[in-house]
Ligand binder design. Structure first.
Ligand SMILES: Nc1ncnc2c1ncn2[C@@H]1O[C@H](COP(=O)(O)OP(=O)(O)OP(=O)(O)O)[C@@H](O)[C@H]1O
Length: 285
């Protein structure tokens, strides 16, 4: 299957500092990829390079387009939500729909109205009278109403309350996603999106330190509540991290056989947040 996004040997520096180093990444139709990393890891820079907003070294191919050289054509099929929503304050909501309908060939005005009907936003309201969260919701409705093959979301739910954040991801699956499309999403609230991700890429200091399907990740990593008498034996198996809480030692293992782990304590599937902490701690050594 041809990937929708293909990135090879991506490098980006600002002055003397290299903020992206040798990133290789492919995203296929049907994939929802979470790009996860600590502050300053290079997530936004990576997305900006993919959108042709900054120059870079290496190759990026999105739907057969070069983001720097064919940006306009590419953006007909790529929708993007930046972490800062910028809509003019004087604009009325219905005017924003008309504006987008005028400039974007794949914008579906009826779909945007349908999405807005699920919020408290009135078509007659001015942007300056909407709350911060409502502005973000409006922005999301506009973007989700674009029939794009590739959707790039940079911290899309920043500033939204927990209910609205959950609604957003539900709408994303119900109203946007299908097997022909792909989504890349960055967020710090990994626990809120892990159930929708098909793939995860961890980025640290500009490098990809893990790039796997969520199915593989669940096979690969195991969390063990190690009983007191087995701590020394478990530590010898070199866990990615070990955390002692109320007398229970939680240890995270990568690629360790179940036969070795079962006798040490109760084995469970770790959350992506646990794996993130473990992988980053290992890389930092
Ligand atoms: N225009 C710029 N000029 C110089 N350095 C920059 C510029 N933009 C980003 N950087 C640097 O590049 C690095 C990566 O920044 P980036 O915004 O991509 O990180 P991020 O992973 O998105 O972080 P966060 O989660 O905090 O949003 C940081 O060290 C940042 O200071």
């Amino acid at each position: 299957m041809t990937p929708l996004i293909s990135i090879s040997q991506l490098n980006k520096s600002y002055g003397a500092s290299n903020v992206i180093s040798d990133i290789n990444l492919s995203v296929h139709p049907g994939q929802i990829l979470g790009l996860v990393g600590p502050n300053g890891a290079g997530k936004t820079t990576c997305l900006q390079a993919m959108l042709g907003l900054v120059d870079y070294q290496g190759d990026i191919d999105i739907l057969g387009f070069n983001p720097r050289k064919q940006r306009e054509k590419m953006l007909e099929q790529v929708a993007y939500i930046a972490d800062v929503a910028v809509l003019p304050k004087w604009l009325k909501v219905h005017q924003s729909l008309e504006y987008l309908a005028g400039i974007h060939p794949r914008f579906n005005r009826d779909k945007a109205i349908e999405l807005l009907a699920k919020t408290n936003i009135k078509l007659e309201s001015k942007v300056k009278h909407l709350s911060k969260g409502m502005i973000t919701q409006l922005h999301l409705a506009l973007i989700l109403a674009i029939d794009a093959k590739v959707l790039i979301l940079d911290e899309p739910t920043l500033g939204l309350d927990i209910l609205t954040r959950r609604q957003f991801y539900t709408h994303l699956l119900e109203d946007f996603y299908n097997d022909d499309k792909c989504i890349i999403v960055t967020t710090h609230q990994i626990e809120e999106i892990e159930h929708i991700l098909t793939h995860v890429a961890f980025i640290q200091a500009g490098k990809l330190v893990l790039n796997e399907s969520t199915d593989k990740i669940k096979e690969r990593f195991q969390l063990v509540a190690v009983t007191h008498e087995n701590v020394a034996q478990a530590s010898a198996l070199k866990p990615l991290f070990s955390n002692s809480l109320m007398g229970i030692n939680m240890m995270l293992f990568d690629n360790q056989s179940g036969d070795d782990l079962q006798p040490l304590g109760q084995v469970s599937v770790p959350s992506l947040a646990d794996i993130f902490v473990g992988v980053l701690a290992k890389e930092a050594i």
